[in-house]
Structure formats: C-alpha cells, structure tokens
Design a protein around this ligand. Structure first.
Ligand SMILES: [Zn+2]
Length: 274
C-alpha cells in the first residue's frame, strides 16, 4: 500500500524512490492543488525520464514517475509546484502547474509500424503485443499507441486515491491532452482515463447515489463555474431557467453538469427531474 507521509512524500518501502529536484521550491497556494494531471513520459524508461526531469537545466519536471513495474520515483513533494503542465488551459483557467499534481507514466507514446514491430520516436522497438491501435479523443484517425501495464495502471489508481483522500482540495483528474489540446497527446487512448476518474471521483463524491442524473435550472440565471467553489470563474453566460442539465458528478453541495458546456452549479438552484 502506498502512503503519503508528513513531508508530502509518497512511501511504499523499496517501491518508491526519491530523487531531489531542487529547482522546484514554490509551495502551492491555499486551496491548491485541486487537480491531478496524468501524463506519459514518451521516454525509454522511468529512471532515464526521472533523471532528465530532475536536471537543473531542464524547464520541466513532475511530482512522480511511475515505472512499467508499478514502482515510483518522486521528484517533487505534493505541497510544491512542479513544471509538468506547460502552456495549459481548461474551463477558462490557464497555467495548470499552479493548480495540479503531475503524474508521469513510463510509456513510449505514439509508435510507428516497422516490419512486424513498432518503433518509438527515440528509436526503441516494441512488439505488437505492447501496441494498441486507437483513436485519440482530440483526433479523427486511428494511430498506434504503446500500452500501459496492468500493474502500472493499478499503481496510478491507488496513488490518485491516496492523493484525493489526503488532499481534500482535489476535485478533478485530467489528462495533459485535455489541458493542452492540440499540443499534447498524453496519456492518450491506451490509458483508461475516463474509467479511472469515474471510479475515483464518483465513489468519493456520492455518499448517496443520485436518484436521477437529469436536472433543470430552477432560477432565472444560474452561474456555471469551472470548479465547485463560489470563488472560481464562470465558464460562460449564466444558464437560463429550465435549461436541461446532465449531472456527471457530485461534490459537497455542487453538481458537475453538462449542457452544451461543462461546469459546476450550486445544487440548491436546480431541481431534479419531476
Ligand atoms: Zn504530459
């Protein structure tokens, strides 16, 4: 079992190693982090990716790198800002380094067919049984993607679970591909991102199951926000009376809803299906 200690470090005996990354010293602001961002390394192995990201002259880093054996290298404590998101935007908010914990998963990323094998951008070859052909959420055509291992996926899930238990501020899990659309493809379609966040966030957030997942706006103008927080930005114009909303997630007294746009509304101002 992974644990998070009082120094905001992940521990699990020999399964977690720590590599100093002194370039990251800035602590998160109060109320942060609220997001976990999932990445793949597009690298050769976890150790080389960790050593690269820890370098003083590299303007990137991450909190964790998860190996294909489910072992972890931590570079940055969870109370400290790491540099994994880069230029990023989601629901009208920019600069996700300041709001998120970054988990890098060792994976070669996009592969190119070569004979009966597949080759990564850095030249390493992979057998067909480590490759999946799939369409990325941001793309129109199928490509070849390096698969993640089962032990790796379950390690990532357990780590996310420990993080959202320990840091109650965390309300969402996003892929790098969702906060840097067009610029980034990770973690890509080989990673079960939708299933993972459904299991982790739905389970935590719904103490009682929702009777219905449809509701209607019950006030004249209802603000729809990027996060379940009255201080957070509105994502579009207020919703009109009777707008039909699909509830996707519950958090405290907020619903995450979908209409043409996704965001959070105060639960007091909607009525569930009559
Ligand atoms: Zn990434």
């Amino acid at each position: 079992m992974f644990k998070i200690n009082e120094k905001h470090l992940l521990v699990k005996g020999e399964k977690v190693k720590h590599l100093a990354c002194p370039k990251n010293q800035q602590l998160f602001s109060a109320g942060q982090p609220d997001t976990i961002v999932i990445h793949y390394t597009a690298g050769r192995d976890a150790q080389s990716s960790a050593e690269y990201l820890a370098r003083a002259d590299v303007k990137a880093s991450a909190h964790l790198i998860v190996s294909r054996e489910g072992e972890v290298i931590q570079l940055v404590p969870f109370n400290t800002v790491a540099w994994h998101a880069g230029k990023s935007e989601y629901n009208g908010r920019v600069g996700y380094n300041n709001f998120s914990i970054g988990i890098e998963i060792d994976n070669a990323g996009i592969l190119t067919p070569s004979g009966n094998e597949f080759v990564a951008w850095f030249g390493k070859r992979y057998p067909a049984n480590e490759v999946v052909k799939a369409k990325h959420r941001n793309e129109q055509t199928e490509r070849y993607w390096h698969t993640f291992t089962e032990v790796q996926i379950s390690a990532v899930e357990e780590i996310c679970q420990k993080l959202i238990e320990r840091y109650q501020t965390i309300v969402q899990i996003l892929g790098h591909e969702e906060i840097a659309v067009g610029r980034k493809q990770d973690p890509g379609p080989a990673f079960p991102l939708d299933k993972l966040r459904m299991r982790l966030l739905q389970e935590r957030d719904s103490n009682e199951p929702l009777q219905s997942n449809i509701c209607y706006v019950n006030v004249n103008r209802l603000n729809i926000r990027s996060l379940p927080d009255i201080q957070s930005d509105t994502v579009t114009e207020p919703l009109a009376y009777d707008t039909k909303l699909l509830i996707q997630q519950k958090h405290g007294n907020w619903y995450k809803v979908k209409t043409e746009i996704e965001g959070w509304v105060a639960a007091d101002y909607v009525r569930l299906k009559e």
